[in-house]
Design a protein around this ligand. Structure first.
Ligand code: LLP
Length: 430
């Protein structure tokens, strides 16, 4: 559920008309709803009721990669959320937003020694290690600093998550985690390394999951591994079950399982584990809390359907180009009339297509449309391809709104480059 609704014929973010934001800030612009973010955190926490350990609720560590905007992270910090980070940059963003180090989990296959040192100095709660090679590097970094790293191994359970291949992570051929069968030996060797305290297990099999079955299978394997590890003498206190629960993108399709069904499955799968559970939801928290607001530059006739050319492009929202992702497209002031159209951006690639032959609100030049469900993996995946400045972001709460990231200036983009004098007067090569 989100807070983007029609009032008096015009689409609003909570109580703010999207037209007011577009008039003030221009388009394209990302608009986030704080009430929607807060609601999703509450719903997810309610779904995890009964999973307390030693009187502590599970840690909800927001996957910063989904939306790293400082204002968004600050809202989540205010709600007591932790953070799942995958780079030094994300770690610094989470800390800057006020998320305490002990609520931060560091995931990712390629943590560098510098990033490890930064995370150790920030006193993060857990490193999710993805290889024994990484464990050895972390051991050395921690020992050199005289600090201790609390670690889990991310275990690859070899489960097909049934999602898009590019966002599936839990098959043995994927680059993520250590192989399930090799895990007991990896734990034994890691436990013997200086500077490391082995405290948990971690798993994450993919994103936008629409079926709980693969997750339950993966969690079952993790439960068995916890028993094996304990039998071998390891003090396993945490289990990080990752993120991955899907959100509805297409209102005409069956909705993915609700958080409550996910919580029920987790209660079933983890009964008797006796660990502190941790979760890393990203999309579930912010996906439906954002829209990309854009204007129609012009409508051009096409062979099968007209092309609605909008001022947002694949560089602003690359999910359709990258994953053939479906985003609902709605007019800001729908007339009630519908038509079938192709919605494209101005970038010079055929891949710059948001929708083909889409039945949608009829819109014409100068009108505004939104791409729904653009709060996760949207602004953060943008590029400046075609020398298009990065899109600004706005956060709404009730009847208040603020620009939470300024529109990038083309001048700033140009100024970031530098031209060595010799490039100007080099002789030609023919
Ligand atoms: N934990 C780990 C270790 C992850 O790799 C991810 C996402 C998450 C948590 C959060 O997953 P979520 O709850 O958001 O599904 N750019 C793609 C999605 C990539 C997801 C990468 N990892 C997209 O736009 O669909």
């Amino acid at each position: 559920m989100d807070h983007f609704d029609l009032h008096d014929g015009a689409l609003h973010a909570e109580q703010v008309p999207l037209d007011a934001i577009a008039d003030a800030v221009g388009t394209p612009v990302y608009v986030y709803s704080a009430a929607t973010i807060r609601r999703h955190v509450r719903v997810f926490r309610e779904a995890l009721a009964g999973l307390e350990h030693d009187g502590q609720a599970p840690l909800v560590a927001f996957a910063v990669k989904a939306n790293p905007n400082a204002a968004v992270l600050s809202v989540l910090a205010g709600l007591g959320c932790g953070a799942d980070v995958v780079s030094g940059g994300e770690l610094m963003r989470a800390r800057a937003a006020g998320i305490p180090g002990e609520k931060i989990v560091f995931s990712g296959v390629g943590k560098t020694a510098d990033e490890m040192a930064l995370a150790l100095r920030e006193g993060i709660g857990q490193f999710n290690l993805e290889s024994e090679e990484e464990a050895r590097t972390l051991s050395k970094v921690a020992a050199d600093l005289g600090l201790t790293a609390r670690v889990a191994f991310r275990v690859n359970p070899d489960v097909d998550a049934g999602t898009h291949a590019k966002i599936s992570t839990g098959r043995s051929e994927n680059k993520f985690g250590i192989a399930y069968d090799l895990a007991p030996d990896a734990y034994a060797r890691a436990a013997a390394l200086p500077g490391l305290v082995v405290q948990g297990v971690a798993v994450h099999i993919g994103s936008q999951l629409t079926d709980l079955g693969p997750l339950e299978t993966a969690f079952g394997r993790i439960g068995a591994l916890i028993a094996t590890l304990r039998a071998a003498g390891h003090d396993i206190r945490t289990a990080d079950l990752g993120g991955g629960l899907g959100v509805p993108y297409d209102p005409t399709k069956p909705a993915p399982p609700a958080p409550s069904a996910y919580g029920e499955m987790v209660r079933r799968a983890t009964a008797g584990w006796n660990v502190r559970l941790m979760f890393e939801p990203g999309r579930l928290i912010v996906g439906n809390a954002g829209v990309l607001l854009t204007s129609v530059i012009r409508v051009k006739p096409g062979a099968q359907a007209p092309f609605v050319i909008v001022d947002a492009a694949m560089n602003d929202l690359m999910r359709p180009a990258l994953y053939d992702a479906w985003h609902d497209i709605r007019a800001v002031r729908p007339s009630g009339e519908r038509f079938v159209a192709n919605v494209v951006g101005p970038v010079c690639e055929t891949g710059d297509t948001f929708a083909m032959q889409r039945s949608m609100d009829r819109v014409d030049e100068g009108e505004r449309v939104v791409f729904m469900t653009a709060g996760a993996y949207a602004a953060t995946m943008a590029s400046t391809y075609n020398s298009r400045a990065l899109t600004p972001e706005v956060l709404v709460s009730g009847d208040r709104w603020a620009v939470v990231r300024k529109r990038q200036k083309i001048e700033a983009l140009i100024a970031a480059d530098s031209v060595p004098a010799w490039a100007l007067n080099e002789p030609t090569e023919d």
